[in-house]
Design a protein around this ligand. Structure first.
Ligand code: AMP
Ligand code: MG
Length: 196
């Protein structure tokens, strides 16, 4: 049976760090797929963008076509190995929030778990200020809080259209990281034996 885990969390929450550490510790052999990387690949192939931060500014129907293309690639991969998808529950676009997984897309992927990494808005803001590589929109703590609320709501809608369970993991500054990694490893370890 395919085993797919989606890991979500707003930019600056520590998603990539937790994912990297959890993949080192889990007994399951996951293939890590960055949904944005694959969408970017498809978008460049179609001549739509030159930089990944331009993608969220594309027309939402075009973004959905890219999501569908990538979803189909991911289910193919999931036939042979467990897949961990690094992605976003919602994407903040210039004209409103875009669902990372509209109904047709989540139905194709049918994940086992939707993991949401969360942190306090002040912690997220601090991490974003330290990461100046990306062309990130500047958000207030209140906007960050709203975005995290919306991501929970989006996750519920994804669970409605798949067999997914929702797992919320908190990543706090002091001792939080180790605990967060441990929580994710527990989810990933469930894939052991699924492909035997
Ligand atoms: P990241 O580097 O993981 O922050 O993702 C980069 C970009 O990929 C995001 O800003 C989005 O434009 C795009 N992206 C990632 N996942 C999705 C998704 N599920 N639906 C639409 N766009 C996505
Ligand atoms: Mg990332």
């Amino acid at each position: 049976m395919p085993f797919v885990v989606m890991i979500t969390g707003i930019p600056g929450v520590g998603k990539s760090t937790i994912t990297r550490l959890a993949l080192k510790k889990t007994r399951a052999k996951f293939r890590l797929v960055n949904f944005g990387d694959l969408m970017f690949e498809e978008a460049v192939k179609a001549g739509l963008v030159k930089h990944r931060d331009e993608m969220r500014k594309l027309d939402h129907k075009i973004q959905k076509e890219l999501q569908m293309k990538v979803a189909k690639r991911v289910v193919e991969m999931a036939k042979t190995e467990p897949i961990l998808i690094d992605t976003h529950a919602t994407i903040r676009t210039p004209v409103g929030y875009l669902l990372g997984f509209p109904r047709e897309v989540i139905e194709i992927i049918n994940p086992n778990f939707i993991v949401i990494i969360e942190a306090a808005p002040s912690e997220i803001l601090g991490r974003r200020l330290r990461d100046l590589k990306r062309d990130r929109d500047v958000e207030t703590e209140e906007q960050i809080e709203r975005h995290q609320d919306l991501n929970r709501a989006a996750a519920v809608s994804y669970a409605m259209h798949s067999n997914a369970l929702i797992k919320i993991i908190e990543n706090h500054e002091d001792k939080g990281l180790e605990e967060a990694v441990h929580e994710l490893v527990k989810v990933l370890d469930l894939a052991v034996g699924e492909y035997d």
